[in-house]
Design a protein around this ligand. Structure first.
Ligand code: NAD
Length: 410
């Protein structure tokens, strides 16, 4: 029976596609969304997703074939980062709206093509910036917009990934710039988008530095992958996939198709991304940002401070710490130059990314949902955050500052 629900299809049935988008989104928005199709180039992973999500779903390794049969309104793009642009442009040209996982693209040329296709076709691209929907992120945006600390002049933003989460980027395709754009693009796109949204301005100039200090060629030994590795007992990054049905099902079987191992060695010598990164960013309203990202820390979370003409906002987000730290809640300190102090506690919400994932799904698929904080992010926001990361990577490679306008012009 025909319904008025938004028909969505998912391309890329890996962890994020099968879990968050094909699985969770239709469950969170059951009255608004209907999952109608799946596609992935790996026939075995596609079959796993179809078995888990509903054997009746249209599924094909040929995206055009799936689209022709399932007729989605919206295509949700969850493939490897470097493949997003071609898929997005084709979907827009075929008359679909697009929700894309971050980063929207990995190069400036891809960004320009997507912006052009969106303008040309009149269709809409949404970028899945779930961190905007975390309650603490929204509170910080509201505090900054309220003028509590006067005019924002500078910001310190430092993000730390621990040796479990951080290492995961070195096990897979993310470890190569050609696939992920480097962590300045793949991971920092979240952070650069938050900065752009919080500061409510555009980045203009970026100076970046990066190095590989822990993973890749720094390893004391190496192998092809964890399974069967002779160094398993001595390696701090050994991953036993057999302890997870999800990993075994979604990756181990399907790896026979294309050699994509979920547990590839983090010490592979050809890894070319950085694990230690800093960037200095100047915004068009004069705000100066000092940013860093480190992927092998004993802690996971971030340190954030905004400095203004009348005060300072501080927030330390404790995601996973080696010590006893607050759980399920963040504390924001609002400090005035008049010595006033306010402590604001913000509870995390239910669901992934501190409650951001389900709120993002609601915002995208429930038409009447209000968006007073401007949390829904379009292609332009996706572009500005990717370009910040591309600029930081280029700068790290050349030793020169990079202008965002030059990347936009091409
Ligand atoms: N928002 C978030 O917090 C968040 C978290 C994790 C991942 N992601 C993003 O989600 C996307 C998927 O990440 P993942 O961890 O699920 O990766 P994954 O490697 O588990 O899955 C990617 C899938 O895409 C398929 N694929 C690759 N190229 C394809 C193509 N051209 N056409 C069709 N299928 C193709 C692969 O076979 C694989 O099944 C990435 O863009 C990633 O950056 C976002």
């Amino acid at each position: 029976m025909a319904t008025n629900k938004r028909r969505i299809a998912v391309v890329g049935t890996g962890h994020r596609g099968t879990g968050t988008w094909a699985g969770d989104a239709p469950a969170t928005c059951a009255d608004e969304v209907e999952l109608v199709g799946l596609s992935d180039v790996n026939v075995a992973r596609l079959a796993v997703a179809q078995r888990r999500l509903g054997p009746g779903l249209v599924a094909s390794t040929d995206l055009s074939e799936m689209v022709a049969e399932a007729k989605p309104h919206t295509l949700v793009v969850c493939t490897r980062d470097d493949t997003h642009a071609d898929i997005i442009v084709k979907a827009l040209e075929d008359g679909m709206d697009v929700v894309t996982e971050k980063p929207m693209a990995v190069t400036a040329e891809q960004v320009r093509r997507i912006l052009d296709a969106e303008a040309r076709t009149g269709r809409r691209v949404d970028v899945a910036f779930n961190y905007r929907f975390a309650p603490t992120s929204r509170k910080i945006r509201e505090l900054l917009a309220s003028g509590r600390i006067g005019r924002i002049t500078s910001c310190d933003f430092h993000w730390y990934l621990d040796t479990t989460h951080g290492a995961d980027y070195f096990r897979r395709w993310h470890a190569y710039k050609r696939f992920s754009g480097s962590l300045f693009v793949h991971k920092a796109t979240h952070h650069f988008d938050l900065l752009n949204w919080w500061i409510d301005a555009d980045p203009v100039r970026v100076f970046g530095q990066g190095s590989l200090e822990k993973y890749g060629r720094n390893g004391p030994f190496r192998s092809r992958r964890c399974k069967g590795c002779p160094h398993a007992d001595e390696c701090e990054f050994y991953l036993d996939m057999s302890t997870s049905d999800w990993l075994e099902d979604l990756y181990e079987g399907p790896s026979a198709e294309d050699g994509y191992f979920r547990d590839a060695c983090v010490y592979r010598e050809d890894i070319d991304i950085y694990d230690t990164m800093t960037a200095a960013i100047l915004y068009d309203n004069g705000v100066q940002v000092s940013y860093s990202l480190n992927a092998y820390m004993p802690i996971e979370g971030s340190h954030l401070a905004f400095n203004g003409t009348h005060g300072r906002i501080e927030c330390r987000m404790y995601e996973k710490q080696a010590f006893d730290a607050p759980k399920g809640v963040d504390e924001i300190l609002v400090l005035g130059t008049d010595r006033s102090v306010e402590r604001i506690r913000v509870e995390h919400g239910p669901g992934g990314h501190f409650g951001g994932d389900p709120l993002l799904h609601k915002a995208l698929f429930t038409p009447e949902v209000d968006d007073p904080a401007g949390q829904r992010a379009g292609a332009r926001a996706g572009a500005m955050s990717v370009l910040t990361g591309v600029a930081a990577t280029q700068s790290a490679e050349t030793g020169r500052a990079v202008m965002i306008a030059d990347l936009l012009k091409g």
